[in-house]
Design a protein around this ligand. Structure first.
Ligand SMILES: NC(=O)C1=CN([C@@H]2O[C@H](COP(=O)(O)OP(=O)(O)OC[C@H]3O[C@@H](n4cnc5c(N)ncnc54)[C@H](O)[C@@H]3O)[C@@H](O)[C@H]2O)C=CC1
Ligand SMILES: N[C@@H](CCCCNC(=O)[C@H]1CCC=N1)C(=O)O
Ligand SMILES: [Mg+2]
Length: 259
């Protein structure tokens, strides 16, 4: 289970601003614009109840405060409940929260109490990072490479197929590859073919998953994967725009998804 650590969340606002600038440079849009395009929704100062959850590995010290920072960055009225778990949930609902944010070790949800919509972080992260990669201004074709077809990567690949991109994908898990080929119609990425991509989505929990042969001279690598899959030396040699941060972009996607 790939859980965030307090270290991952350090300097969140700086990471967010840095990534928003990269996204604007590479796609001409910022995070909010991209989320509006994906879901056709807008945010309007909604009240967000953030409920710490003690189950499993327990509370991640700066997870709730990170969510508070994120809700405020997008102009929402966030509040962390005084108590965790059921008591906290009761407190959030009683205080008229429009949206509830809470996560255990397996699922992180946004639930809109007004329209009943519910969204998970894995799917919303896959979709938004895929959308960012697909809007690269300097793309040389509709070819896009997805590395990692787990809960995040599969959702991203699905979104890209729906948006008519030529989706190539690689995952060492053979069953996953078979499922994606049959159900999504993705093209299995073949390292022998020396096919270089200008748009890459990486969603794996491993380093060094992106190899020299995968990336074109100019390339947008959009990766929620922790740790970063791009080796240092490739980042220096090629002209690469890297979009990577531990939480914010995926949460923005969740918020727009439930409006
Ligand atoms: N930045 C953010 O907002 C978020 C980041 N994450 C991170 O994204 C990563 C993926 O999360 P999940 O999809 O839930 O994990 P998962 O475990 O469901 O899927 C990971 C997939 O990567 C594949 N994989 C492993 N090594 C690979 C390699 N060398 N090349 C290609 N594929 C490889 C695995 O076979 C697996 O299918 C994790 O590191 C997680 O912490 C998850 C949610 C939000
Ligand atoms: N129960 C804890 C939060 C646990 C979150 C675990 N999920 C992840 O780490 C996912 C979410 C984005 C990336 N990985 C608390 O309330 O403090
Ligand atoms: Mg994120």
């Amino acid at each position: 289970m790939a859980l965030l650590t307090p270290q991952d969340l350090e300097g969140l606002t700086k990471q967010l601003e840095c990534n928003n600038n990269t996204i604007k440079k590479a796609t001409g849009m910022d995070i909010a614009d991209i989320c509006k395009q994906i879901y056709g929704t807008t945010l309007d100062g909604e009240k967000v109840g953030i409920v710490p959850i003690t189950s499993g590995n327990g509370i991640i010290t700066n997870f709730s405060s990170s969510l508070l920072t994120i809700t405020e960055y997008f102009g929402l009225d966030g509040a962390i409940t005084e108590h965790p778990d059921v008591t906290g949930y009761y407190e959030a609902v009683s205080s008229d929260a429009d949206i509830i944010l809470m996560a255990d070790d397996h699922i992180f949800i946004a639930h809109n109490m007004r329209n009943g919509k519910i969204a998970t972080n894995h799917v919303c992260t896959g979709v938004v990072y895929a959308e960012i990669a697909s809007r690269y201004k300097y793309a040389d074709s509709k070819d896009i490479l997805v590395i990692g077809l787990g809960r995040v990567g599969y959702a991203g690949a699905q979104h890209l197929v729906k948006r008519n991109f030529d989706v190539y994908a690689y995952d060492p898990d053979r069953e996953t590859m078979e499922k994606a080929r049959k159900e999504l119609g993705i093209i299995p990425y073949d390292p022998e073919e020396e096919h270089k991509f200008s748009m890459v989505l990486e969603a794996t929990p491993n380093p060094n998953t992106i190899s020299e042969g995968m990336v074109a001279e100019r390339c947008l690598i959009s990766t929620p994967g922790i740790p970063c899959g791009l080796p240092e030396d490739i980042g220096e040699r090629n002209e690469i725009d890297l979009v990577m941060e531990p939480l914010t972009i995926g949460v923005a996607s969740m918020l727009y998804a439930v409006m």
